[in-house]
Design a protein around this ligand. Structure first.
Ligand SMILES: C[S@@+](CC[C@H](N)C(=O)[O-])C[C@H]1O[C@@H](n2cnc3c(N)ncnc32)[C@H](O)[C@@H]1O
Length: 371
């Protein structure tokens, strides 16, 4: 019994009440492995390890039922739990740090009698999101040559090209004179030394003269802008031609066709609330919209990229490079991933999606706007 701790001692060490530990026992979340001779609960080192996981997931905002799924997952050992917890806590810490910086900035401005404009107030959720999650980006996000060919063709004979929301530099055409614009310092810092020069600015207020570029492009970024229509108008102002790779938020058809949003992550729909329609985006620049199909082996790991490779979504590295997973929050993410893992191992995913194996490309709402 020497290596076991009493319920009172565990409660004291963990800063929870004895009642909480009794409740965890009653619902089967943490059943102490033994009892003292007097019949009191006694916790082994393994029980304490499980309690630490339970409490850490609790602090991250998970519900008890989800925590039970997580800690009972046979494919996740203690080290994997620690790594996952570490990643989630670092994310939370980075996001909190970004919010504190934004709040400090606004407090300073208010002390000087300046009211922060609405776009600036929202920027913390856009730009600073990438300051928080951007370091995970290059692991799986890179130029997909078949999509790049479409974008570069749409640029026509443009010699000078502005890449707005440029990130780490994917899709920048190697044979033209490119200037990049990227508001996140973390993303700018990850550009290769020989990448195009990059200006720290946001789409909604481009620091360039009217018509100073032959073309402006924006790839997988418009949905992060606090004011997409204003940003697109700015692109139109500074360039003669505009090429935007984005998606049709209004087309619920593709969300129903895409098993990930349909069967596992319905919360994705909440991210699109209030988002301008494709018609509004196209209208802002007078663009035509062309569908872009996603190849089954797409090398740019954006959200829809792994539609025929479902196992990829179980990989934390894949998810961390896609903002959707951070935006829906850790609870929805873990629930979606647990269910997908179950369905992959039971064969349910394969049964439901057997038609996909025969497809080489999928129409998942991605669009090229060309103006
Ligand atoms: C998904 S990444 C895409 C990066 C790059 N275009 C690519 O295809 O890899 C989205 C980028 O949009 C940037 N972004 C966020 N808000 C922005 C804004 N208001 N104006 C311009 N870029 C913005 C983010 O910092 C991030 O680098």
């Amino acid at each position: 019994m020497a290596e076991h701790l009493t319920v009172g001692r565990v409660a004291e060490l963990a800063g929870v009440s004895v009642r909480t530990l009794h409740h965890y026992d009653e619902i089967g979340l943490l059943e102490p492995s033994t009892r003292t001779t007097a019949g009191h609960r006694a916790y082994s080192a393994d029980d304490v390890e499980r309690l630490r996981e339970v409490l850490a997931y609790r602090r991250l905002g998970f519900g008890l039922r989800e925590i039970a799924d997580l800690v009972d997952d046979p494919t996740t050992d203690a080290v994997a739990h620690l790594c996952r917890l570490r990643g989630l806590l670092m994310d939370q810490r980075d996001r909190a740090a970004a919010m504190v910086t934004a709040i400090d900035r606004e407090l300073e401005a208010r002390a000087m009698g300046i009211r922060t404009p609405p776009e600036e107030q929202l920027r913390v959720f856009g730009t600073q999101l990438y300051d928080a999650i951007g370091s995970a980006y290059p692991a799986t996000r890179r130029t997909e040559p078949r999509i790049a060919a479409r974008i570069w063709e749409a640029l026509g004979d443009a010699r000078t090209v502005l890449n707005v929301g440029a990130g780490t530099g994917s899709y920048e055409p190697p044979d033209r004179d490119v200037t990049a614009v990227e508001p996140s310092a973390v993303m700018r810092a990850q550009r290769l030394p020989d990448a195009a020069p990059c200006v720290a600015a946001a789409a909604e207020s481009l620091p360039f003269e009217d018509q100073s570029f032959d073309a402006a492009m924006a790839v997988s970024t418009v949905h992060h802008w606090p004011d997409p229509v204003a940003g697109l108008r700015e692109m139109r102002r500074v360039a003669r031609r505009v090429v935007v790779f984005t998606y049709d938020a209004d087309d619920t058809g593709w969300r129903q066709r895409f098993w990930l949003t349909r069967d596992y992550l319905p919360e994705f729909a909440d991210l699109l609330v209030g988002w301008p329609s494709l018609a509004d985006l196209a209208g802002a620049i007078g663009a035509r919209a062309e569908p872009v199909l996603v190849p089954w082996d797409c090398v740019d790991g954006f959200f829809e990229a792994y539609w025929r490779r479902p196992e990829a979504y179980l990989d934390e590295q894949v998810r961390r490079a896609v903002s959707v997973w951070t935006r829906v929050g850790p609870q929805a993410e873990q629930r979606a991933v647990s269910r997908l893992r179950e369905d992959l191992s039971s064969g349910r995913w394969a049964e439901r999606n057997r038609d996909l194996v025969a497809l080489d490309t999928a129409e998942l709402g991605l669009r090229l706007l060309v103006a």
